[in-house]
Write a protein that binds this ligand. Structure first.
Ligand SMILES: [Zn+2]
Ligand SMILES: [Zn+2]
Length: 353
């Protein structure tokens, strides 16, 4: 089978011919139809993250090994099944994969939250993922059936951008008379979070982004108001839009020094600040404000398999519709990642092997 892989950080990805895996036991081989291109794939490609004090945090220090086939948002069809998986699926069934696989025995895994495992084994991160013609899934329980009429590209993006946005909205604990500010509201996660907030909470949704054409997409997804932080001061704009009270919750899909510093300026008392993005860096915190204003700081790292099943149910009933804007072939993966890095993708792009 063909796979496009990161062989060395920062170098163009390489097409490689690999042996097609044969599933055994509980394993399942999925023929990849669509694999989403995620911001965290860029960090794998760069070889690390921006840490505090200008440090570079290498992914190899977290146990990631190259060469690696990235791709954790994967949908496709069942190709073949190990003996123990045969009673659950049949060949050619349309499925999506839950990629946040754990080692199985830590407290998080035992509680159904593989995504928070002490020793993660995630697909496309710690093991080969979906930038390939086939992907081997270690256990049938990470595979979820899709309805025949569900769009395969949109379904693929549920596994990370959809799931993370869903978990973030759940943790923001929004009430119908709350307002929520979505920072980075024009990327794949932001647009999904806007739809979920509208569909599930009744809260007023304000999206902050950098480009008018992308903020237009946020409006289409249901944002009640949009703020272009290139053109206006976000703090001033949010205070005006919230009758000078500030935001009940902020979900930051960028999460760098600049955005979080700004977020802290427009939190209402009791606000939840939900940090999701992986841009990284550091901030100075006014510590007295945390207890005195009763803020909650919450970090989100994907969602559980239960969250995933709930989200697929919402998507199957068209309550949320992931925005997929670009499709690439396997050998265009480097181009897909480059366009994402340059901020040229609205919503999500996918690779169709
Ligand atoms: Zn675990
Ligand atoms: Zn992702």
């Amino acid at each position: 089978m063909k796979a496009i892989r990161i062989v060395r950080p920062k170098e163009p990805l390489e097409i490689q011919e690999l042996e097609t895996p044969k599933p055994q036991g509980s394993q399942v081989l999925v023929k990849v139809q669509s694999s989403g291109v995620c911001h965290s794939d860029i960090q794998l490609w760069d070889g690390g993250y921006r840490g505090p004090g200008g440090q570079f945090l290498k992914v190899t220090d977290r146990g990631i090994k190259y060469p690696l086939t990235p791709g954790h948002e994967v949908a496709g069809t069942i190709d073949s099944l190990g003996e123990d998986a045969k009673r659950f699926f049949i060949k050619n069934e349309k499925v999506v994969i839950y990629p946040w696989i754990g080692e199985g025995l830590c407290p998080a895994c035992r509680g159904g939250e593989d995504n928070l495992c002490d020793k993660p084994r995630s697909l496309g991160v710690y093991r080969d993922g979906g930038y390939a013609e086939y992907v081997l899934v270690p256990n049938y329980r990470y595979i979820v059936k899709l309805d025949e009429d569900m769009d395969i590209d949109a379904s693929a993006t549920l596994s990370c951008s959809g799931l993370t946005a869903y978990r973030a909205i759940k943790n923001a604990n929004l009430k119908p008379d709350d307002n929520v500010v979505i920072v980075g509201g024009t990327g794949g996660l932001g647009l999904m979070a806007i739809q979920l907030a509208k569909a599930l909470t009744g809260a007023k949704v304000i999206a902050i982004g950098l480009h008018n054409n992308k903020l237009q997409a946020a409006r289409k997804c249901g944002a009640d108001a949009v703020v272009n932080s290139n053109k206006e001061d976000p703090t001033k704009a949010i205070m005006e839009l919230t009758d000078k009270m500030g935001a009940d919750a902020v979900i930051d899909f960028v999460n760098d020094s600049k955005t979080v510093e700004a977020d802290m300026q427009f939190l209402r008392r009791r606000a939840r600040l939900v940090l999701v993005g992986l841009f990284g860096g550091e901030v100075n915190l006014n510590l007295i404000n945390i207890p005195a204003r009763a803020y909650k700081l919450i970090g989100i790292d994907n969602g559980s398999i239960i969250d995933f099943i709930e989200l697929i149910s919402l998507a199957s009933r068209r309550i949320v519709k992931p925005v997929v804007s670009n499709q690439f072939k396997l050998d265009q993966a480097t181009e897909a990642l480059t366009l994402l890095r340059e901020g040229k993708i609205i919503g999500r792009s996918v690779i169709n092997p």
